[in-house]
Design a protein around this ligand. Structure first.
Ligand code: AVI
Length: 325
């Protein structure tokens, strides 16, 4: 209940500040209510959205190499997953690590208690012997706790942080650097981070991934307006807005917009706001960054990490990279 109130408050603040900006802006962080999460699951199965399949292939073909890195020197490790979601891809690793009798604990971290409960119950059903220690918290608080806990004993497990699924692509450049610096400051030498980065490729392939023919990405983007109607009692007419995606191959940024299809004014009584839109005016809702190898190597260097593992799919579309402190 508190979780819901906090989420509503955060959305209210985003709408209050984002819809008076020029250009208007709402963060993709607010896409993921129950319906948004369901739509994202569907997007992952569309033929155009190659990211999930590419990463699935990587984890499957590289699981043994990853285990060698994570369990180097026979140290036990904590597999700490940031924003675990339904853990579908992570289960490839969990299953293999269990089969190999690796000495590890799975620590999914999520701010959604219901997502964590579902995932934990599911894992306990599938692998009753696997040690799972879910943490309902903000990523950095949870990492603070884990690294503080490890100070107490000399034989602390290595922390292996997972940040999969190109979630990093939804951060701005500055946020990306800050994120790795923050993680770095919480790790000890020898700890690792495994990140899924979507790579730059033919622009048409990227453009299509955010413009699927079934219109699921459009529904996903428009769902943000439905959520604002529902949570803040607004009167967005969803049929008067369209989805527009733009990929810029010069900087690797895919951007999603909602476009007003006419002159209109939206009323949000809960915030005492009236928001005018011109025909053709946009709300910028998401950035999905695509990386080059150089970008990733520079990111590691700038934040203090060494790149110790590089795993791509057979098409070279996506990469899972190990950074080590
Ligand atoms: C969650 N995130 C990595 C997805 C992406 O590719 O940026 C969200 C998404 N947006 C549109 N389609 C999928």
């Amino acid at each position: 209940m508190q979780e819901q109130t906090d989420a509503r408050e955060a959305l209210a603040e985003e709408v209050r500040t984002g819809l008076v900006k020029t250009p208007k802006r709402l963060s993709s962080r607010f896409f993921y209510d129950a319906e948004g999460s369901r739509l994202f699951q569907e997007i992952m199965h569309t033929p155009e959205y190659y990211l999930t399949r590419s990463e699935y292939e990587i984890l499957d073909t590289s699981k043994d190499d990853l285990l060698q890195l994570f369990a180097a020197d026979n140290r036990p490790f904590d597999l700490v997953e940031l924003g675990a979601g339904d853990g579908l891809k992570t289960k490839i690793l969990l299953s293999y690590f269990q089969e190999k009798e690796a000495n590890f604990t799975y620590v999914p971290i999520d701010i959604s208690q219901s997502a964590l409960d579902g995932l934990t119950a599911d894992i306990r059903r599938q692998w009753p012997d696997l040690r799972v220690e879910p943490q309902h918290d903000d990523y950095f608080n949870a990492l603070d706790q884990l690294s503080a806990g490890s100070d107490a004993s000399k034989n602390h497990p290595r922390l292996v942080v997972l940040f999969l699924g190109s979630n990093i692509g939804n951060f701005s450049r500055q946020e990306t650097n800050d994120f790795y610096s923050q993680i770095y400051s919480r790790l000890r030498p020898g700890d690792q981070v495994l990140t899924g980065f979507d790579l730059q490729k033919h622009p048409a392939i990227i453009h299509a991934a955010y413009n699927d023919r079934q219109g699921l990405t459009k529904a996903f983007n428009l769902n943000l307006l439905r959520r604002i109607n529902h949570d803040l009692d607004a009167n967005f007419d969803l049929s008067a807005f369209d989805h527009y995606e733009m990929y810029n191959p010069e900087n690797g940024e895919a951007r999603s917009y909602l476009v007003s299809q006419k002159d209109q004014t939206v009323v949000i009584p809960a915030l005492d706001m009236e928001v005018p839109f011109r025909y053709g005016e946009v709300i910028h809702t998401e950035i999905s960054r695509k990386f080059t190898r150089t970008d990733i190597e520079q990111l590691a260097k700038a934040t203090g990490f060494a790149v110790t593992g590089w795993f791509t799919d057979c098409k070279g579309y996506f990469v899972d990279v190990v950074f080590e402190k």
